[in-house]
Design a protein around this ligand. Structure first.
Ligand code: ADP
Ligand code: MG
Length: 390
């Protein structure tokens, strides 16, 4: 069913029942912090089992009817005592990496208020990459590095396929796309363009690093994390307002006939550390103009609109505003239903964070309703060639 002479792009539907053809949503609660413990803050979050989370004893704004409680249900939930390795083993990320290696566009994104553990979950505790290089491996290493290790093991096992791995790392701050890897263009915004051939958005001139070894991927992670800080005046302010996206591009090539027909599959995995979710509310409550809002967190707001539309059966087939922000453009293939998405909702158990925790869990519950139809991005070619343009 492919056009051999032109080697044109084929997209085939694949059934993946493991992901129930939807966005896979998990929740991680961090422990109470030292500060919260010192202030004797109670935890309002408990885990009755079967992917359920109970939030109780919180007060709604202006609520006069006493403490409220609410029960949520997700694919998997992680209690505060969960380790980084637990998240890696049971979050579904391994399946995501396997699918990326098979040619799917996949995304793992962390959502939650500032301080809820998004960066900790993805990359590890603060300072992980600034003070020392952690050798060779520690319990603190986050999901990204664990995924790199898993991916390399996978690639080495498949001797029948020829793999090429590349990586990029960008930041979206004030709706500007900044390359965190290319020193020449650091802090110089890049354009997001539409590729007619790949039917996908991509970042023009984004630096792509060839990654032949695990060390190369680790270097990408370290370099990007360092550049993110170096370029900002106020690290906290910046990391709560910006989104980062580390992408690993996985090309595999397999010869399927003696006379030189190759199948090339192009998958990728995006690791996205989103801006603090409290930013959306802040923007709205401060009554900022649209333009000001654009400059703060348009991407996060548009992501919210996209998720709301996609999760509503009545709106799903209508207009989804992917084009309205940089982030949603770059995630459109993951959200639109041709990709596979893992959302990690990060929450704080402290009572003082109750309203943000409830709002994150509501957002996550909505995202769970999104239906997808993942497809493999695949080319059939007469000649052995690698395609650079994602
Ligand atoms: P965010 O990126 O969502 O703003 P961070 O990942 O920076 O939040 O986490 C805030 C603080 O809480 C950090 O000091 C981090 O190390 C700590 N923390 C977050 N999650 C955990 C966890 N699961 N276990 C221990 N400490 C955590
Ligand atoms: Mg962070």
């Amino acid at each position: 069913s492919f056009n051999e002479s032109t080697g044109s792009l084929n997209r085939s539907y694949n059934d993946i029942s493991e992901h129930e053809n939807g966005i896979y949503v998990i929740v991680r609660s961090r422990p109470l912090s030292t500060k919260e413990n010192r202030a004797s803050e109670p935890s309002i979050v408990s885990f009755p089992g079967n992917g359920r989370i109970l939030v109780e004893g919180f007060q709604t704004i202006g609520g006069s009817n006493g403490p409220k409680s609410k029960l949520f249900s997700f694919n998997v939930v992680f209690e505060p005592a969960s380790t980084q390795e637990d998240i890696f083993q049971y979050s579904g990320i391994k399946k995501l990496i396997e699918m990326a290696a098979e040619g799917f566009n996949t995304t793992c994104f962390c959502y939650g208020q500032t301080g809820s553990g998004k960066t900790h979950t993805l990359t590890g505790p603060p300072g992980m990459f600034f003070n020392k290089r952690i050798e060779p491996f520690s319990a603190d290493h986050g999901l990204v590095f664990r995924s790199f290790m898993y991916l390399f093991r996978l690639v080495q096992q498949r001797q029948d396929l020829h793999f090429v791995l590349k990586a990029s790392f960008l930041e979206i701050y004030n709706e500007k796309v900044i390359d965190l890897l290319n020193p020449g263009t650091v802090r110089k915004p890049l354009d997001v363009r539409w590729s007619r051939k790949a039917r996908n958005f991509y970042v023009d001139n984004l630096f792509m690093v060839d990654c032949e070894e695990l060390d190369d991927l680790q270097a990408v992670l370290e370099e990007g994390m360092k550049n993110r800080t170096v370029g900002s005046h106020n690290m906290n302010e910046c990391s709560s307002r910006s989104h980062t996206m580390l992408t690993v591009y996985i090309t595999s090539e397999q010869q399927i006939s003696e006379d030189g027909v190759f199948i090339t599959k192009q998958g990728k995995i995006n690791f996205v550390d989103l801006a603090g979710s409290e930013m959306t509310k802040k923007t709205m409550s401060e009554g900022k103009t649209l333009e000001e809002a654009n400059n703060i967190n348009k991407s996060l707001m548009v992501l919210g609109y996209c998720i709301a539309s996609l999760s509503d059966p009545k709106k799903r087939k209508g207009h989804i505003p992917y084009r309205d922000s940089k982030l949603t453009k770059l995630l459109s293939d993951s959200l639109a239903g041709t990709g596979v998405t893992l959302m990690i909702a990060c929450i704080s158990p402290a009572r003082s964070n109750a309203s943000e925790t409830i709002s994150t869990l509501r957002y996550a519950a909505r995202a769970k309703k999104i239906k997808t139809k993942p497809v493999i991005v695949m080319f059939h070619r007469r000649f052995k060639v690698f395609l650079d343009n994602y």
